[in-house]
Design a protein around this ligand. Structure first.
Ligand code: GLY
Length: 414
């Protein structure tokens, strides 16, 4: 027998022995491969946690859960209501565009019972991005599809194609194009970043010099800039009803998003996150929302979590997964959320001059129905407490727990 034939036969024999051996081997302990020090029992009532929506979709989604609907369908019901609202400039139709005036959507879903995930990023021309993410999960062997190929996938799956840039969003974009600044660095995490400085009294300050929720020293500059932009908006024909919002979006672009986590009485969990991402972003920029583990993470044994806020920061701490992993070790939702926020702070060596420009809220539900909304900062610019929405039989708004007391100055930090 030739050497190569002998080699081949002996390798085949070894391979066969290996296969037989692995078939006979015991699965690793514990059998589900999930090293759980704590087991969470299902709650007596369903729980939904999300951002304020201003519509009936949370109550409707809760009724869906009570009627036995799948937890992901309930979560998507809320996402879809926001995506359909042209006046919500942070998601779907009416979302604010990238610097070229194109609305690019990011979304992700996780379905606890089947332990599956789907996501789309930089998706143009399709309104229901979260449903497309769910279709990626359900119809393909993939988790994530991006850009024009995600659009083609959605069209092939029967989603209607439409221009998502509404007339209002286009007008706000035009104001930004003439008077705003973009996202070319140095970013907050760059060694070259410098804090904005207050403009001298009477000057029309450059947009970059005005923090979102200014302290008293910034107020004259802010007022001057707002007056200036408001006059420009008027001259550009932006109607009065839209003018304040247009000015605010130019000065302090939104990172708005919606995340929904849903839990039923069988202990089944799902999460969904959808967004038009950071306003005026560089084309192709992808935030945390479509990143499984950052903007959304669901583990059927533990809980579900998601985020709204500065996507780049959340990606760096894989926030939603970090939270689930903390709860796996026995942390409460509040403790787990605070730990993820501490990691964001740690990335800046707890430098408050930088952290003031960041914003993050985590929405968390544990499999036993415990929940929390946890925010990096306690209050919005007007001093009002950051809030989240919970429905566990009673629909209500609750103040977020927080890491730092005070207002975020938020973007635009350069
Ligand atoms: N959290 C949304 C984004 O940064 O795109």
């Amino acid at each position: 027998m030739s050497t190569s034939r002998r080699d081949f036969l002996s390798r085949t024999a070894l391979l066969a022995a290996g296969v037989a051996g692995s078939a006979a081997a015991q699965p690793p302990e514990p059998a589900h491969g999930n090293n759980l020090p704590v087991a969470y029992s299902p709650p007596k009532k369903p729980v939904i946690i999300t951002r304020e929506t201003g519509d009936n979709s949370v109550a409707e989604a809760y009724a869906l859960l009570e009627g036995g609907a799948d937890t992901l369908d309930a979560a998507l019901h809320i996402c879809q209501a926001r995506e359909d609202d042209p006046n919500d400039h942070s998601v779907g139709l009416g979302g604010l565009p990238n610097e070229d005036g194109i609305v690019e959507l990011d979304a992700s879903v996780m379905h606890g019972p089947t332990r599956r995930a789907g996501s789309v990023a930089a998706l143009p021309n399709i309104r229901h991005a979260a449903r497309v993410a769910e279709t990626v999960m359900r119809r393909t062997a993939h988790v994530m599809i991006v850009g024009n190929n995600a659009e083609q996938f959605a069209v092939d799956e029967g989603f209607p194609k439409e221009n998502l840039l509404t007339d209002d969003a286009r007008k706000i974009w035009l104001l930004w194009k003439e008077h705003g600044i973009g996202w070319w660095g140095p970013g907050l995490d760059s060694p070259d970043w410098k804090p904005p400085i207050a403009a001298p009294p009477g000057a029309i300050p450059h947009a970059a010099l005005i923090p979102r929720h200014p302290t008293t020293e910034h107020l004259p500059a802010v007022e001057a800039r707002m007056r200036y932009l408001s006059e420009r908006a008027d001259r550009m024909g932006i109607p009065a009803r839209l003018r304040v919002e247009a000015v605010l979006q130019v000065m302090w672009p939104t990172t708005g998003t919606i995340h929904v986590s849903a839990l039923n009485t069988k202990g089944e969990l799902s999460g969904a996150t959808t967004t038009s991402g950071l306003a005026w972003k560089i084309p192709g920029r992808v935030g945390d929302s479509p990143i499984i583990g950052a903007g959304c993470y669901t583990d059927q044994d533990i809980g579900s979590a998601g985020a709204t806020g500065n996507g780049e920061e959340n990606i760096k701490v894989v926030g939603a997964h970090t939270i689930i992993d903390q709860m796996r070790q026995g942390a409460t939702p509040k403790e787990a959320g605070l730990e993820a926020l501490r990691r964001i702070a740690r990335n800046y060596n707890n430098d408050m001059t930088k952290l003031r420009y960041l914003d993050m809220i985590y929405y968390i539900v544990r499999r036993d129905g415990a929940y929390a909304g946890v925010s990096l900062w306690s209050t919005r610019g007007t001093g009002s407490q950051k809030k989240f929405v919970v429905h566990d039989g009673t629909l209500r708004t609750e103040p977020c727990d927080y890491l730092f007391e005070g207002n975020t100055l938020s973007i635009h930090p350069f």
